[in-house]
Design a protein around this ligand. Structure first.
Ligand SMILES: Nc1ncnc2c1ncn2[C@@H]1O[C@H](COP(=O)(O)OP(=O)(O)OP(=O)(O)O)[C@@H](O)[C@H]1O
Ligand code: SF4
Ligand SMILES: [Mg+2]
Length: 352
């Protein structure tokens, strides 16, 4: 199991320990998530990054118990939210956590919206069910929410269907639905993929503002490191179904420890310019998730690989002495979350 520092449990909003997820497929068992551990604190923004297929979505869907049980095997030592064991909840109790307590924005907003229900109804349904609002107050609140995510003339768009909205508008609606019940944690899976840069910037501003005013924690899955730089307090880098590095965002950019993270950052142009900051491929192929190697999953692509790397899988180990106080960020809501742990950990024999 990948260790996190002891003594920080009470502040954790979400704690995940030793999560494993496998899919039953025609090609055999897909080892999508392998011994993943992480935690998120109140008000903290954690970014989850890594190449396509490394297990980001599968990790989050496992935590939310949204994977079909007949084709999936999920086990974990711990998945707890506000101290409650999510794995022990029945389906009805879990439905009361998803939405009101943990908001979700899925990878494809159009596929996540119901095409035969109006935008307004999709919002009011959640408000009526989870916040037990009557129809009129729910409508009023839904219009407020549409306005808060920047939908122009929200009252007149209330009865429109998803196909009458652009991709960016659907994205905003998904954000409004996710925020409707004012969750303590927002899980956003590639929420700005395929949006143009202006709309993406608007959505990021909006989420930052909502985060500051509501002290909401976030897990933000993205391929885009410029988004990470702007939004995240802490970063977890995934490779081959495992977290291979965690660090404060600033520290990760300044001193990436794991060779995979170093490769990702080295393949980037300088952050900050228009259209910059997207992860580009580093040489070689990600591992076949049905046949993960015994040792380090990155060994075939790693410039520092040596014999031990192919024999044994390295655990996450502390790297360096932790970040200096000057690195601590003071974004509203994040101070407490960052006070205890901003040092880096990497799963690598070379850096350990
Ligand atoms: N339902 C499924 N059945 C079989 N294999 C699956 C299923 N869903 C995901 N996988 C496999 O599990 C692995 C992890 O997938 P996942 O969707 O979590 O990746 P990801 O990191 O979210 O990638 P992306 O950045 O492309 O969204 C991949 O190898 C993927 O092909
Ligand atoms: S454990 Fe070995 S192969 Fe893996 S990243 Fe470190 S040096 Fe490279
Ligand atoms: Mg995904």
């Amino acid at each position: 199991m990948t260790p996190e520092p002891p003594g920080d449990a009470p502040r954790d909003l979400l704690r995940v320990r030793g999560l494993h997820t496998q899919f039953v497929s025609d090609r055999g068992l897909v080892h999508a998530v392998n011994d993943v551990s992480f935690s998120v604190r109140r008000g903290e923004a954690l970014a989850l990054v890594g190449e396509s297929g490394c297990g980001k979505t599968a990790s989050m869907l496992s935590v939310l118990r949204l994977l079909p049980p007949h084709r999936t095997r999920v086990r974990a030592d711990e998945v707890s939210f506000k101290g409650r064991d999510l794995l022990g909840l029945d389906d009805e109790e879990m439905r009361r956590v998803r939405g009101p307590e943990i908001g979700m924005i899925f990878q494809d907003p159009r596929a996540s919206l119901n095409p035969v229900l109006t935008i307004g109804r999709q919002l009011t349904e959640s408000l009526e069910v989870h916040l037990r609002l009557g129809r009129r107050p729910a409508r009023h609140r839904a219009i407020e929410l549409l306005a808060s995510v920047g939908i122009p003339r929200p009252a007149s768009r209330f009865d429109d269907y998803p196909h009458q909205f652009s991709g960016g508008m659907c994205q905003r609606v998904m954000i409004a639905i996710a925020l409707a019940c004012e969750p303590s944690l927002l899980i956003a899976d590639e929420p700005t993929t395929a949006l143009d840069a202006t709309i993406q910037a608007q959505i990021l501003d909006l989420v930052s503002e909502l985060r500051a005013t509501r002290e909401m924690a976030m897990i933000w899955i993205t391929h885009d490191l410029s988004v990470v730089a702007n939004l995240a307090d802490r970063v977890a880098v995934m490779y081959g179904g495992s977290i291979v590095e965690t660090a404060g965002a600033q520290r990760l950019f300044d001193a990436p420890a794991h060779p995979y993270t170093q490769g990702l950052l080295a393949s980037l142009p300088a952050l900050g310019g228009e259209g910059r900051g997207r992860l580009t491929a580093i040489p070689g192929q990600p591992p076949d998730m049905t046949r993960l190697p015994e040792g380090c999953a990155f060994a075939e692509r790693c410039p520092h690989a040596f014999d031990r790397c192919r024999r044994e899988r390295p655990p996450l180990m502390p790297v360096g002495k932790g970040a200096p106080p000057g690195e601590r960020r003071t974004r509203p809501g994040a101070q407490m979350a960052l006070s205890a742990e901003i040092g880096a950990r990497a799963a690598c024999w070379w850096t350990g």
